[in-house]
Design a protein around this ligand. Sequence first.
Ligand code: ARG
Length: 437
Amino acid sequence: MRLLPLFAAITLSLSVTATHAEDAPTPARVAVRAAHLVDPQSGQLRDNPVVVIEGERIVEVRYDGQAPANAKLIDLGSATLLPGLIDCHVHLTGDPGEIKGDYYEAILKRSSIDSAILAPIYAKRTLDAGFTTVRNLGAGDYVDVALRNAIDHGDIPGPRMLVSGPPLGATGGHADGTTGFSPWITFNGIDGVADGVDAIRHRVRENVKNGADVIKFMASAGVLSAEASVGAPQYSQEEMNAIVDEAHRWGKKVAAHAHGAEAIKMAIRAGVDSVEHSSLIDDEGLKLAKQHGTYLDFDIYNDDYILAEYAKKGFPASTVEKERMVGRVQRENFQRAVKAGEKLAFGTDAGVYPHGWNAKQFAKMTQWGMTPMQSIQAATVNAADLLGIKEKAGAVAPGYYADLVAVNGEPLKDITQLEHVGFVMKAGAVEKNELSR
Ligand code: ARG
């Protein structure tokens, strides 16, 4: 009963907001003009594009270079436009820059409050790099939910986020931060450790309740965690089935971290929507992914950074050794997946390497078998399909969010141009503009 006045107040403020909305003037039109547009839907480079925007959406795309008279023109000159980029695997609540040569200090002296303070900086770097949508696959204490909400409310700048909350994982596995410590050391806070079907179903429901858009779980061991294996399965088939069944019933997609061939196949059989890393996938795994329509994410830039920097950051030699076991094979398997015509989405695991460097992965993808257009499709139309937002993001077309980026020159000739995005618009708002004259 004591809650009643509160509800009354909320109802009142909602009706006030509604009245304001009715009075709002129709949004002014904006036209963005450039020399070219990379259109991932058709796989074509189009000339003389003019994108007409009303509010947060695109209302018209024309190819005559003519801006409508009633629109405010943003002229990007000789630049090339693309849809805002999408990274399907980031961790905006951490950055390797925070680990200053002392691995144990980073683990033992920091909490989610430190993450929450720094995350907006990484969100802004990511947006400025041209990524207008990201899927954040794993964060403790629901810091990712708070970050997404602050961005959605317009409190801070950042990419549109789909978030998982704490990733599910087995005791002693890749999601269990206490592995490798004395049994007397425990950490306070919310993580996703859950064993057995009932506990797993409960954990999925808790993540949904607390605001997760997607469910992430650790199907296999990992590189940057303390287990000896890099790819062994860490859940039984029954447990993986339960995660997917539960998540899908609540209308949430599932992303499975998996390096090892067996864990990848178990996750695909369970019905996950994407496999993250996919490092040691075998022929049977590639075949299964195709049969099930499973997206594969290969974070194939990571290896360069981990091998160059992580020993200096004080990570155990065994971790760097594990990276050596997967890095090169992962790239070779990426190439096999491209040849096999798998469904591939762009996911970098940024946060393992610095935020804002996301686009460095494009060059790796073209070096290992993709055309520049395919690599851009992985980060636009395919990524939007995986995220379940393909009707509103990942393309430049009427009805879509006005998420636009632009680069100088022609990225289809030199994909590294995407590492130097000079213009970013998210949902009709200009976030960065170094190009317009
Ligand atoms: N977060 C991943 C893990 O710890 C990073 C793997 C990076 N290595 C790679 N070759 N993609 O397992």
